[in-house]
Design a protein around this ligand. Structure first.
Ligand code: D5M
Ligand code: FE
Ligand code: ZN
Length: 505
């Protein structure tokens, strides 16, 4: 994990790829930081706009500031903000009872929900329209940054000219000489761009996924048949993005993957969590966001039935509903479905239907589609279950996305401004007129689950949180040597976007 980043050469390269020279000592300090990649991000974010060289002072200013939000799983980096609540809240109540919050103070809105707006009939032409819409919207984000030409007009230009293409990545191939050929597609056709192996740009090639939309600037070959790439642009989040925050001290608990109905559902941890929510210490927690996989479901994976505790899907939701009742009644709950839930698998997933809503009605939760943007106290939270994370982690090198650092995979989704860039594999995309999976507006918080690992960090000031699970290791995970992070609840301060991980195991 993160191996290449630890070398000084890599730090220097990372800085260079962002347009900075660096003092030697700055490089040494960064490569020795507990999380070099994050230290680089934060340093680059903090250096004055006109600086060309990253100095040791710049790095000190960042490292000495104390890492309030740590990257990685909770056990790897001690931020001084981890608490173990297991036991503490059982038996003797040392912290006092919760004082219910006033629902009058709540501010909650939901946007981007597909529920009830699905127009897809499954026809081929709708696949065309969803991809066309994706292209148009993401290309719109890129066009203002490059002097782009439609693919079919490039061939008519004279060789040797500078040009740019905005296109969907159609194909990525290595050439015999070890260079890269990236074929971009726009609404007029396709055009090849060559990325030579000795350019810094080659570092980005392993981040590319097919179907994502990027811009490449470069110089046309003599016959104007190929573009020699000089620079590559992702739609991305601006470095200077300023997230909105709540104007009072209020917190949200971010969880996912409860998997009620599985033999591995960890009831004790869940009970410790909900007991803790009833204590005075949890008074500021006014929101609970659940990012999918409420129940284990049935028939999700081959052999799953052997690990079911409750075999009937409706009974699973009834039991989940009982579990929700353990959450204090004044806490506002928002839920989206995941791949184990009883809604269509193709994304965007609509919210639970009427029947399931009535089963889960006890807590009056807000029930919305996957993905959805939930605005709480003025803070926009993009909730997405996270099926695409498996794909991003499989495709990218470990330093850029891994199960141990799922938030890095989330950064890639933010960079590509799409929650499920690559079509195919495990991911199913529903044919719709519009691509609901494009990230039009930059969220303040990005919340996913699915991979059952806890990880969080900031990408261009956006807080990314992958929230772990409430299910102990399954047979599949045992065979694949996956250690799930269960029984943790990341608690976010909505006024500062700081994270505290509470452990209930
Ligand atoms: O997914 C939990 C994680 O484990 C996610 O990364 C997918 C992966 N997983 C779990 N079971 C399987 C099987 N049987 N095949 C492939 N991948 C799997 P969850 O959505 O909770 O199942
Ligand atoms: Fe799950
Ligand atoms: Zn899942």
């Amino acid at each position: 994990m993160g191996v290449p980043l630890e070398s000084e050469v890599h730090v220097a390269r990372e800085l260079a790829s962002r347009g900075y020279n660096a003092e030697r000592e700055a490089v040494t300090l960064l490569s020795g930081a507990p999380d070099p990649e994050r230290a680089i991000e934060r340093t680059v974010d903090s250096v004055p706009g006109d600086a060309l060289t990253v100095t040791a002072d710049h790095v000190h200013a960042v490292l000495d500031d104390g890492t309030r939000v740590s990257g990685g799983a909770p056990a790897t980096e001690n931020t001084g903000k981890e608490r173990t609540d297991a036991g503490e809240t059982k038996g003797v109540n040392t912290t006092g009872e919760r004082t219910p919050s006033d629902p009058e103070n709540r501010e909650l809105d939901i946007a981007g929900d597909i529920t009830g707006r699905s127009t897809g009939t499954g026809e081929y032409k709708e696949f065309v329209s969803v991809f066309r819409d994706r292209y148009e919207r993401l290309a719109g984000q890129l066009r203002s940054r490059v002097n782009h030409r439609p693919t079919d007009s490039l061939e008519r230009m004279s060789g040797g000219q500078e040009a740019a293409v905005v296109g969907m990545v159609n194909d990525i191939r290595s050439t015999r000489n070890g260079h890269w050929l990236v074929e971009l597609e726009d609404t007029n056709g396709t055009f090849p761009a060559l990325i030579t192996k000795d350019r810094e740009l080659a570092d980005y090639v392993d981040e590319l996924l097919t179907d994502e939309v990027i811009a490449i600037e470069g110089t046309l070959s003599d016959d104007a048949g190929i573009l020699f790439a000089d620079s590559l642009h992702f739609p991305d989040v601006p470095r200077t993005y300023q997230p909105s925050t709540a104007d009072r001290h209020v917190q949200a608990a971010l969880i996912s993957d409860v998997h009620v109905g599985s033999q591995e559902f960890v009831a004790e941890a869940w009970e410790r969590f909900t007991d803790w929510l009833h204590t005075a210490e949890a008074d500021p927690v006014e929101y609970l966001l659940v990012a999918g996989d409420m129940v284990e479901g049935v028939g999700v994976y081959p052999g799953q039935d052997e690990e079911l505790d409750i075999v009937d899907i409706y009974e699973q939701y009834e039991t989940f509903s009982e579990r929700l009742k353990e959450v204090p009644g004044d806490i506002e709950i928002v839920m989206i479905p995941g791949n184990h839930d009883a809604v269509r698998l193709a994304e965007p997933q609509p919210a639970f239907d009427e029947e399931l809503r009535s089963i889960m009605s006890a807590h009056d939760a807000r029930i919305t589609g996957n993905p959805s943007t939930v605005s709480i106290e003025g803070v926009d939270v993009l909730m997405y279950h996270g099926i695409s994370l498996d794909e991003v982690i499989a495709e990218l090198p470990a330093a850029k996305a891994s199960y141990d650092e799922p938030h890095l995979a989330m950064y890639q989704l933010l960079k590509k401004r799409h929650v499920a860039p690559q079509y195919g594999g495990k991911l199913r995309v529903a044919p719709e007129k519009k691509d609901y999976l494009v990230i039009d507006d930059v969220p303040d918080i990005f919340h996913t689950g699915h991979v059952h690992k806890l990880g969080f960090g900031k990408y261009h000031n956006v807080l990314a949180v992958n929230s772990g699970c409430w299910q102990a290791q399954t047979e599949f995970q045992k065979r694949n040597n996956i250690q799930p992070d269960f029984g943790h609840a990341p608690i976010v301060d909505l006024d500062t976007l700081d994270v505290t991980v509470r452990k209930f195991v």
